[in-house]
Design a protein around this ligand. Structure first.
Ligand SMILES: [Zn+2]
Length: 166
């Protein structure tokens, strides 16, 4: 989906004022969701294999020893079904999401878990979390970028695509 084709992306108060306000208000709740899922993934996941460790270092992860990988049937998203429908309009269709990075907890969909590019992509996000200093620091920046520019156009997402396909 191209952001420019979507009427919701026309500039206006919705994009410049209301969306940041929505992100600000939702942040404590999204942060708690992400923190709990990171804890669970770290508890149940496996550490990186040596080739994955090398990939993590290559994309800039400072603490590869903290990363845990958990394979799942479907990547979870926060919120209710109606929120997922809105998110799908913005390019976050959960059926198309192969992985999710919650700092040191990486969730990968089982049918895609063996693909090194997807692993490397999520590891770039781990390094971005480290750079932003906290779970909520990264998530706030990421959500704002996705809402303003669209998922595929956000600079954090573009960096992940670029570094994982090099
Ligand atoms: Zn990504």
């Amino acid at each position: 989906m191209k952001a420019a084709d979507d009427p919701i992306w026309k500039p206006g108060p919705w994009r410049t004022l209301l969306l940041p306000a929505v992100v600000f208000l939702a942040m404590p709740w999204v942060g708690l969701w992400a923190w709990r899922l990171e804890r669970r993934t770290i508890r149940e996941g496996r550490p990186l294999f040596s080739s994955e460790w090398a990939a993590a270092v290559r994309v800039g992860v400072r603490h590869p020893e903290k990363v845990r990988i958990l394979t799942v049937e479907e990547v979870p998203m926060p919120g209710f079904a109606w929120m997922h429908r809105i998110a799908a309009r913005w390019g976050f269709d959960r059926r198309h999401i192969g992985g999710l990075c919650l700092r040191y907890g990486i969730l990968l969909r089982r049918d895609l878990a063996a693909q090194p590019i997807i692993m490397a992509h999520e590891l770039v996000h781990t390094s971005q979390y480290e750079r932003h200093g906290s779970l909520t620091g990264f998530l706030r920046a990421y959500l704002l970028q996705c809402l303003r520019h669209g998922y595929a156009n956000s600079s954090l997402e573009r960096e992940a695509v670029e570094k994982s396909t090099r």
